[in-house]
Design a protein around this ligand. Structure first.
Ligand code: AP5
Ligand code: MG
Length: 222
């Protein structure tokens, strides 16, 4: 069982990559952004608390995130399969607390995959992105549209634009990433578990390198 972290700026393709590899590797995809958006949709207490953070592109407090994750990784699916963490940990404090949390379960972060994409690419991608409100599948309005306009190919849910995908909020999210999340990349670099790839225009160009890396992680684990 592997714990793999996906790190990258907003719009770098974390959700897209997780959608591909979770099937291939038989892993659970755990996106903290999707988890929070589903709480907002339900109107739960956590959702009401989280809404203003997501709308403005600011991070939730570390203690709140750690509490959510402590509960989430106790669920049976996370204990049986490997987990692809998408959007977590996002600050150095979260990364250090997560290391301690996994150690209590006799686990660790086996690999951290960083999708390194230029800022101008991110801005154009995010304004074109569309997501399914039902299953979270990712589309874009340019070259990855659902077969039927506004309807998810996978679950039939509504395909919409995310409210935090406006120019102003995207810029705020990028600044937050550079300030809070770059130290997380250095943290995993020091642990020797980091792979950096640049997916450019197509994720498929880096898929062989990611597959070889993941196989190496599995071999090391066995
Ligand atoms: P979150 O939902 O994690 O947002 P994010 O990190 O900003 O990342 P995105 O989901 O926007 O982008 P992505 O990398 O998944 O890209 P995607 O695959 O969709 O977090 C939202 C908010 O939740 C945060 O702002 C914060 O408030 C809160 N939060 C979450 N986690 C937290 C934490 N740990 N602590 C505190 N707060 C937290 O791709 C984007 C587009 O590009 C798509 O249209 C896709 O089709 C296209 N695309 C992808 N790859 C390629 C490619 N290779 N070539 C061409 N197009 C591509
Ligand atoms: Mg995402």
């Amino acid at each position: 069982m592997l714990n793999i972290i996906l790190i990258g700026a907003p719009g770098s393709g974390k959700g897209t990559a997780a959608g591909l590899f979770k099937v291939e590797w038989g892993m659970v995809h755990l996106s903290t952004g999707d988890l929070l958006r589903s709480e907002i949709k339900k109107g739960s207490e956590l959702g009401r608390f989280a809404a203003s953070f997501l709308e403005s592109g600011r991070l939730l407090p570390d203690e709140v995130m750690m509490q959510i994750m402590a509960e989430r990784i106790r669920q049976p699916d996370a204990r049986q399969c490997g987990v692809l963490y998408d959007g977590f940990p996002r600050t150095l404090a979260q990364a250090e607390a997560f290391d301690r949390m996994l150690a209590e379960h006799r686990q660790r972060v086996d690999g951290a995959l960083m999708l390194d994409v230029a800022e101008e690419v991110i801005l154009s991608r995010l304004t074109a992105r569309r997501v399914c409100q039902g299953c979270g599948a990712v589309y874009n309005a340019i070259d990855r549209r659902p077969r039927q306009e506004g309807v998810c190919d996978q679950c039939g849910g509504a395909v919409v634009q995310r409210p935090d995908d406006t120019q102003e909020t995207v810029r705020r999210r990028i600044a937050t990433y550079e300030h809070d999340t770059l130290p997380v990349i250095e943290h995993y670099g020091r642990q020797g578990v980091l792979l950096k790839v640049n997916p450019g225009r197509e994720l498929s160009t880096v898929v062989p390198a990611i597959r070889a890396w993941a196989q190496g992680l599995l071999d090391r684990r066995e």
